[in-house]
Design a protein around this ligand. Structure first.
Ligand SMILES: Nc1ncnc2c1ncn2[C@@H]1O[C@H](COP(=O)(O)OP(=O)(O)OP(=O)(O)O)[C@@H](O)[C@H]1O
Ligand SMILES: [Mg+2]
Length: 245
């Protein structure tokens, strides 16, 4: 378990209602969550329990109906769309449930795109992208297009894109979904290493063996946090020796 650093992300009493009146869906109801640098938090719960909504709000892709989201000292709900997008590009790496790779770009172009949007010079962005692809074992396929890769390979490209550059919050929505268990473990190792190197991570997964890589797990049911395990402040974690993983 990594020693937890300062708080990077705080969700306080976050509610998200989709639609209104008779068709209103309460995707989140009063969720509170704190994630520190050096901490990987797994989010589990049934389909429709609000996991993706939670990640979207944490990363500034969606805004809560009520409540507050503070990322790296900035209250996201107070920002306009442009400022929120800039903070997101700078600080947040996101692995989407449906990948969202751009079909017309090669693997390395997909990965370097967020850095180019950040204003990083092309050659630097490209070498950072190659390094991120190497982290997930895909640098040999850098010049392939998504349709020329298997589902698992595409997933690893999406993970490289989330890890490229110095992003401090890594949000991963079932990043192991299309992977065999060996590759899944490899991906968890990469996520874990990034978090141990000083990032904060939120990982949605249905699989306990992947959640086991996290420092703690938060369980959602119908938009409410119903349970959590392995809190970094719990007595067990204080008694447990450091650095076993
Ligand atoms: N844009 C939307 N409009 C209306 N309802 C939505 C919208 N997005 C999500 N919902 C609803 O909000 C609830 C939570 O959805 P969410 O996608 O967060 O679930 P999830 O836990 O990620 O599920 P899964 O495991 O299937 O990915 C669901 O009832 C869903 O139907
Ligand atoms: Mg989801």
């Amino acid at each position: 378990m990594s020693p937890a650093g300062p708080v990077l992300l705080t969700l306080a009493d976050v509610t998200r209602v989709h639609g209104s009146d008779e068709v209103a869906v309460h995707a989140l109801r009063g969720v509170g969550l704190e994630v520190r640098l050096g901490e990987l938090v797994a989010v589990m719960g049934a389909s429709g329990s609000g996991k993706s909504t939670l990640l979207n709000i944490a990363g500034g892709l969606d805004t809560p109906t009520a409540g507050s989201v503070v990322l790296d000292g900035t209250e996201l709900t107070g920002l306009d769309q442009k400022a929120r997008a800039a903070l997101r590009r700078r600080s947040v790496g996101y692995v989407f449930q449906d990948l969202n790779l751009i079909p017309a770009l090669t693997a390395v172009e997909n990965v370097s795109l967020p850095r180019e949007l950040d204003g990083v010079p092309l050659r630097t962005a490209r070498s950072e992208a190659i390094a991120a692809l190497a982290e997930v074992g895909l640098d040999p396929l850098a010049d392939r297009f998504p349709e020329e890769m298997s589902g698992g390979q595409q997933q690893r490209v999406a993970i490289a894109r989330a890890l490229v550059g110095p992003r401090r919050l890594v949000l991963a929505d079932e990043p192991t979904g299309a992977l065999d268990s060996t590759t899944g473990e490899d991906i968890m190792r990469v996520l874990r290493a990034r978090v141990d190197a000083g990032a904060a991570g939120l990982l949605v997964t249905h699989e306990p063996r992947f959640a086991a890589w996290a420092d703690r797990t938060v369980f959602l049911r119908d938009g409410v946090v119903v349970d959590s395990t392995g809190g970094v402040h719990g007595p067990e974690s204080l008694l447990a020796g450091a650095g076993e993983r």
